[in-house]
Design a protein around this ligand. Structure first.
Ligand code: FE2
Length: 333
């Protein structure tokens, strides 16, 4: 597929020159006379690479770079800044803004082509990894779809998990892991037969053992997917308990990764708060009462639960959190 490059420069002759050169190298090219216009074009269709001048009226090329890098949709799009080799201030500011490369004016066509080609190859690889991640998230949704009672559970867990992570002040990589973890925490249930997963009555000890293998199995399934490195601990440890009585590793206290402690609390709350084949939905107040009682008994991280209670009270959730059906996952399963 032809790689697309967005050229941003306020001088029309520079834009035309770059457009000609890049077209001759076989790229698809769009041009913008200002950073403002570039941001509009990027929203319309994300380019594979942005090549921008520094000094322009309005938003500078450095600021354009910073804005793109701060936006999770475009953070991986390479940005190359065009600047005179002697303009050290612009280079330092560009580096701070996350620029991927600099190119000196006046430019040499062969060198420009080689440098852009290298950046675009990395971008293509990253796109490929993102698609792999999309496949695995879809797989998580497929598991949810096996059971009518699970509709919305993953979305709610992703939303609760991110909100709770933000309230606890966690950084962006963990927030992303919590969002993906909402979808993927029960990935290992793909190996649990329907007869067990959807069984309305009590599970036999052997069936319970089958269900309890899902965190370790799910974590093994995403091993090797480096984009999910931060999500794997959430998958493996979302059924651990603060007092060490959980599974699969019987971790205790802060030895349980924070993301997994967060996911455990929102998972339990959602299980209590929504209808199951074997029980009606509890009210928000009753779900919180049980969550607190279990926390007092040592099951969950008290700080995480306290923050979550604050959030739930702030949201004023209805009985079902806006959904009418819920996960078929049993408590503790
Ligand atoms: Fe689970």
């Amino acid at each position: 597929m032809t790689a697309s490059i967005l050229v941003v420069d306020d001088e029309a002759d520079v834009r035309a020159l770059l457009e000609d050169q890049l077209l001759s190298l076989g790229y698809a090219v769009r041009t913008a006379p200002s950073a403002e216009e570039a941001l509009t074009l990027v929203e319309q269709a994300a380019p594979d690479l942005v090549l921008t001048d520094v000094h322009m009226r309005g938003i500078s090329g450095v600021e354009l770079c910073a804005r793109l890098k701060a936006d999770s949709r475009f953070a991986l799009t390479p940005v190359v800044i065009l600047t005179a080799v002697t303009d050290l201030d612009a280079r330092v500011a560009g580096l701070a803004a996350g620029a991927d490369d600099f190119f000196g004016k006046p430019f040499e066509l062969s060198e420009l082509g080689a440098r852009l080609g290298a950046l675009l190859r990395v971008k293509a690889l990253l796109d490929h990894l993102e698609r792999a991640e999309g496949v695995i998230v879809t797989l998580g949704a497929t598991i949810e779809a096996r059971d009518l009672y699970t509709a919305g559970h993953c979305e709610r867990l992703a939303a609760y998990g991110v909100a709770l992570g933000q309230a606890l002040g966690v950084e962006e990589p963990l927030l992303r892991a919590l969002r993906l973890g909402g979808y993927l925490h029960d990935l290992g249930k793909i190996a649990v037969p329907d007869a067990v997963l959807l069984k309305p009555g009590a599970l036999t000890p052997a069936e319970l053992e089958q269900v309890r293998r899902h965190p370790a199995l799910g974590a093994d399934l995403v091993r090797g997917l480096r984009t999910l490195d931060d999500v794997r601990p959430i998958i493996r440890h979302h059924h651990e308990r603060w007092d060490g009585s959980g599974y699969p590793d019987r971790l205790r206290g802060e030895a349980i990764p924070l993301g997994a402690r967060i996911m455990a609390v929102v998972d339990v709350f959602d299980a209590l708060h929504t209808e199951r084949p074997y029980k009606p939905a509890l009210s928000t107040a009753d779900a919180i009462t049980i969550l607190r009682t279990e926390t007092d008994a040592g099951a969950w991280d008290p700080q995480v639960v306290a923050r979550f209670v604050d959030i739930v009270r702030g949201l004023g959730l209805g009985r079902n959190g806006g959904a009418t059906i819920s996960s078929g996952m049993r408590r503790g399963g």
